[in-house]
Ligand binder design. Structure first.
Ligand SMILES: *Cc1c(COP(=O)(O)O)cnc(C)c1O
Length: 355
């Protein structure tokens, strides 16, 4: 198989030293060695997320924690914000888990209005609130701070955030924002292979979980907490991933978190400027994502053909998601990618399209 550099919003390009670290020799998951590794990884994740909350390591993709948030924290009725494919899926996960839910939906490409959220929560109907920070299907980044200001008025509502494609690319201060569940998979901005997902879970969410009636076992926060106290997980974790995550977190701190966040911003600015010059941005102004850019295909190019030609140059970008296929296309600028990669991609695209 030929190695194509990935400019898609997950899975993303993984550095060779991280791939190598996945080949670390095994240790038993109830051994002292594992507990040391687990403890180190968790304390680094807490530092990354500016939180005192526990961060659990789950062996599954992000969707697992999305389902977990519903099962552990949605007892009465959920309010789910929908503005794209992933937020729609989160809303839809309520029904098979037998939890009542309503959606607050805005047009794809638009961000959520905190005033509207306030109005809906003020009905007192809801005990759990779901929002996707960065809608990967539309390239919209919601305004977490403004939403958090609203949620602070409703301390009985559990505040759950999917930051799957934004975590590590932008600063997310879990404690300051008051997030009760903040989740992500590692195949996006973490730049690891898929298969592991992390969730920062507050005491409030844990107390709620303790009273949940239909939470099953695999995703039970209380079980995770019980084992976390021994620096372990309830069942065998993806140990290879955890070795690689440990190394990747060290690399984040060696780069410096602020440098990491500004590298993402710089790549976003570069791609947005290129997109505005040649096409148009899909998201409503002010809501453009920092980790991927969703471009309105105003020139009516064939995105599929563009990708075929890019493949000859060992690169690939992403077509639009679902109904937005060919109408939009997406360039991810997250993880380990740098300005050099961005320039390489844009040079190739310009050449192919004759721009
Ligand atoms: C990719 C993605 C998901 C789904 O993640 P999986 O790891 O495939 O379960 C959920 N939400 C967002 C915002 C995503 O980008």
């Amino acid at each position: 198989m030929k190695h194509k550099k990935l400019f898609i919003p997950g899975p993303v390009e993984v550095s060779e030293d991280i791939l190598d670290e996945m080949g670390h020799f095994m240790v038993g998951h109830r051994s002292k060695e594992y507990s040391e590794l687990h403890g180190e990884v968790v304390s680094k994740l807490k530092k990354l997320l500016f939180t005192e909350n526990e961060v659990y390591l789950g062996t599954h993709s992000s969707t697992g924690w999305m389902e977990a948030a519903i099962r552990n924290c949605g007892h009465k009725r959920i309010l789910a914000c929908v503005n794209g494919a992933f937020s729609k899926r989160w809303f839809q996960l309520a029904a098979p888990n037998k939890v009542e839910a309503d959606k607050y939906e805005v047009e794809w490409g638009k961000g959520h209005d905190p005033k509207e959220i306030d109005k809906l929560l003020s009905t007192g109907k809801y005990d759990c609130f779901l929002v996707v920070h960065n809608e990967t299907s539309t390239g919209v980044m919601n305004k977490l701070e403004e939403i958090s200001d609203v949620l602070k008025k409703y301390p009985d509502v559990i505040f759950c955030v999917d930051s799957v494609s934004s975590m590590t690319g932008v600063k997310i201060e879990v404690d300051k924002l008051g997030l009760d569940v903040c989740l992500a998979g590692v195949q996006k901005a973490f730049a690891l292979p898929p298969g592991l997902a992390v969730a920062a879970v507050s005491k409030k969410a844990l107390e709620k979980s303790a009273k949940a009636e239909n939470k099953g076992y695999y995703f039970d926060f209380v079980e995770f907490q019980k084992y976390q106290e021994k620096n372990q997980t309830p069942s065998t974790p993806a140990i290879s991933h955890i070795f690689a995550l440990n190394k990747q977190l060290d690399k984040f701190f060696a780069e410096g978190l602020d440098n990491r966040f500004s590298r993402h911003q710089e790549m976003a600015d570069y791609i947005r400027n290129w997109a505005k010059k040649n096409f148009a941005l899909f998201p409503e102004p002010g809501y453009e994502s920092v980790t991927l850019t969703c471009i309105n295909n105003t020139k009516g190019i064939s995105v599929a053909d563009l990708n075929k030609k890019l493949a000859e140059k060992d690169m690939t970008l992403s077509n639009g998601y679902g109904d937005l296929k060919e109408k939009t296309f997406r360039i991810a600028h997250m993880g380990d990618l740098t300005m050099k990669d961005m320039k390489e991609l844009i040079t190739a695209v310009d050449e192919i399209l004759g721009l």
